[in-house]
Design a protein around this ligand. Structure first.
Ligand code: IPM
Ligand code: MG
Length: 372
């Protein structure tokens, strides 16, 4: 059988630096675990715009459609702020999500014990936190029509975006949430604004329908998204799986991320329908952005991107045990006190560079073998 294939899109800002550490990890799994990937690299975001005049070339889109999984670093930066909307770096990412139909975005918010002090919440509220946010990623107000900026015919302008969900769009992402819940603590909380939005009423009814007809064994609750935001900060451990729409999911996942102390730790998986080989269409990326202020200085934390590769091992390649191995290696390195600057509190402590963090994770992986 052919090796599984990966398309790597480092992107902008700290993307290339953190991806260089992921490459070390990919090579390690090839050399030490016989998990050899065919890896190709290409451009996305501002980096693609600089070369092609668009944030994602058609040839890159074709490659993304044909590989087993895509790994993406980050897109965007101040250099591109004044570009026209259609060619902004973010459009490259949104095109990948839309054309690959990656409707389910999994964003785990897990608090590593070694980092419990980093949260802005008290350690007793946060320790042991393990939430999975499932965000709908290819519909809703991000893509709904009509959209645009128009003349209002009275001398002013009007900006329009449309929140729109269909039965099937809600049902398919709800199924992903229920499936995940069954393998976790069997609870799903669905969030919308059914009190003010018709699309929210539909969302609530369709999630309930999927529950009643297909997953009656899973515990389901509903919350208005604003109350959900409050509960996430008040008592986050009440949640197991949260399922929500594209825009609320964007906001709520940033809140959940920050509960854990550092955006530099959080991976994500964006999954679509199964391909011919049974693997889902998939793109893995860290939740953090391109962090242009620290780019190129060796300060970036590569953990989120490395943990995104762990999600690829789990969800694309059915290598759950190897994903566990990688996650444990990261945890161990943190517990040893190897920290990039975002994870350092004490003045005067010496931070690890991006590459040193990557190397420490490789060492911990080696040690995991020695311990077997
Ligand atoms: C995210 C980001 C993106 C989004 C941007 C970069 C388009 O904030 O993945 O959460 O809004 O979806
Ligand atoms: Mg976001």
């Amino acid at each position: 059988m052919a090796n599984p294939s990966l398309l790597i899109l480092p992107g902008d800002g700290i993307g290339p630096e953190v991806m260089a550490e992921v490459r070390k990890v990919i090579d390690w799994f090839g050399e030490k675990r016989g998990l050899v990937f065919d890896v190709e690299e290409d451009l996305v975001g501002g980096a693609a715009y600089d070369v092609h005049g668009v944030p994602l070339a058609d040839s890159t889109m074709e490659k993304a459609q044909s590989v087993d999984a895509v790994l993406l670093g980050a897109v965007g930066g101040p250099k591109y702020d004044d570009l026209p909307f259609e060619v902004k770096p973010e459009r490259g990412l949104l095109r990948l999500r839309k054309e690959m139909d990656l409707f389910a975005n999994l964003r785990p918010a897990v608090c590593f014990d070694a980092l419990a002090d980093f949260s802005s919440l008290k350690p007793e509220v946060i320790s042991g936190l393990d939430i999975m946010i499932v965000r709908e990623l290819t519909s809703g107000v991000y893509f709904g029509e009509p959209r645009g900026i128009f003349d209002d015919n009275e001398g002013g302008r009007v900006g329009i975006n449309t929140q729109r969900y269909t039965t099937e769009e809600v049902r398919r992402v709800a199924r992903v949430a229920f499936e995940l819940a069954r393998r976790r603590n069997n609870r799903v909380c669905s969030m919308e604004k059914a009190n003010v939005m018709e699309s929210g009423i539909l969302w609530r009814e369709e999630v309930q329908w999927v529950h009643d007809n297909e997953y009656p064994d899973v515990e389901l609750s509903h919350m208005y998204a604003d109350a959900g935001a409050m509960q996430l900060v008040r008592w986050p451990r009440q949640f197991d799986v949260i399922v929500t729409d594209n825009l609320f999911g964007d906001l709520l996942s940033d809140v959940a991320a920050m509960l854990t102390g550092s955006l530099g730790m959080l991976p994500s998986a964006s999954l679509g329908a199964p391909m011919e080989n049974g693997r889902p269409k998939a793109l893995y990326e860290p939740v953090h952005g391109s962090a242009p202020d620290i780019a190129g200085q060796g300060k970036a934390n590569p953990c989120a991107c490395i943990l995104s590769f762990a999600m690829a091992l789990r969800y694309s390649f059915d290598e759950g045990a190897e994903a566990d191995r990688l996650e444990k290696a990261v945890e161990r390195v943190l517990a040893e006190g190897v920290r990039t600057p975002d994870l350092l509190q004490k003045e005067g402590a010496t931070p690890a560079t991006t590459a040193e963090m990557g190397d420490a994770i490789i060492r911990a992986l080696d040690e995991s073998l020695a311990a077997e």
